[in-house]
Design a protein around this ligand. Structure first.
Ligand code: PSU
Ligand code: MN
Length: 309
């Protein structure tokens, strides 16, 4: 198989990579399964614009007509936005099946990391990552995103993780697999809608250039694997911890009652919380993704400078 036929990198992204310029990868599951239409498409476009404002090139990743695609145009973003839950959610496990059937697939954090790394992109901004689910001691529901962070050399910027997950177990899992968790201008692991949880991060770093330096050393010495950069939601957009926790509990019991499992669980919980909080959680979600896009671009710009020399 010729990889050149399978992996299609948009010309603008390809040129930036050849010149050693900053590129930031973006996922497509957040568009298809993470937010409702039309806010999802609107947000995808704003996120790309935010990355450009910081001097980097955005590259949204997806599987389209049986090809691994790096860099989507507006019509392609709209396709995933309107398909919504009908688009297959594709993690590492699912990639070859979607390719073999020449189908479309929305990529999760795990599969976006894989395709970004193939294209030579090392910085990826998203909203929240998958992790160890609450109750995982009996269900064993641990997102493939964590294994991907353990093995694939891409830095992922997220606003921490939603407390639909067991944040403590998620951090333990990352520690076991040698994945550094950096708190950007914070000592605490953020909980997506809220700026802090009761858990600390391994390292606090206050400056994008310093984060780039860490990445440069890690990968420069051949230490493979990802890095999780936790960027708290801006204060003015954060939600009340008590209110959001009650909605999360309600969503979890509904999932339990309906016996929702496997890859359907995370999208089910996300949609449930969205509807239980009316517009509030969606507005917060959009703002934290924009905030992560900006930090991702700043880190990518600094990393590009380092790799020049
Ligand atoms: N968490 C969020 N928003 C999301 C996701 C997770 O707060 O959109 C999506 C991401 O694409 C992530 C995926 O990679 O869900 C994880 O799914 P699972 O738990 O099935 O591995
Ligand atoms: Mn799972």
């Amino acid at each position: 198989m010729d990889l050149k036929d399978l992996l299609i990198i948009a010309p603008e992204v390809q040129q930036a990579l050849e010149k050693g310029q900053a590129v930031v990868a973006l996922e497509s599951t957040i568009i298809a399964h993470g937010m409702p239409f039309p806010k999802n498409v609107e947000t995808a476009l704003r996120v790309e614009a935010r990355i450009r404002e910081e001097g980097a090139i955005p590259a949204t990743i997806a599987i389209l007509d049986g090809h691994l695609r790096v860099g989507l145009n507006k019509a392609e973003l709209e396709l995933f936005g309107t398909q919504g839950e009908k688009a297959t959610k594709v993690s590492r496990r699912d990639i070859p099946f979607v390719l073999a059937k020449q189908q479309n697939g929305a990529t999760t954090v795990a599969s976006t990391m894989i395709i970004a790394a193939m294209a030579g992109i090392s910085v990826f901004a998203t909203g929240g990552i998958g992790g160890v689910h609450r109750g995982a001691t009996t269900t064993l529901d641990i997102s493939a995103d964590l294994q991907e962070l353990a093995r694939t050399s891409v830095a992922v910027i997220s606003a921490g993780a939603k407390s639909i997950l067991d944040l403590g177990l998620t951090l333990e899992y990352l520690e076991t697999h040698g994945v550094p968790v950096i708190g950007y201008q914070t000592d605490y692991f953020p909980a997506f809608y809220t700026r802090i949880s009761d858990l600390g991060v391994d390292y606090r770093v206050d400056d994008p250039a310093e984060i780039a330096k860490v990445l440069h050393y890690k990968w420069g010495m051949g230490l493979k694997g990802g890095v999780l950069i936790a960027n708290p939601i801006p204060k003015q957009f954060s939600l009340s911890p008590e209110v959001i926790e009650a909605k999360i509990e309600a969503a979890l019991s509904e999932a339990h009652a309906q016996k929702i499992m496997g890859k359907a669980l995370t999208p089910f919980l996300l949609a449930k919380i969205e509807s239980l909080t009316a517009g509030d959680s969606l507005a917060a979600n959009i703002e934290l993704v924009l905030n992560n896009a900006r930090l991702g671009a700043q880190i990518a710009v600094e990393l590009a400078k380092k790799e020049e020399n």
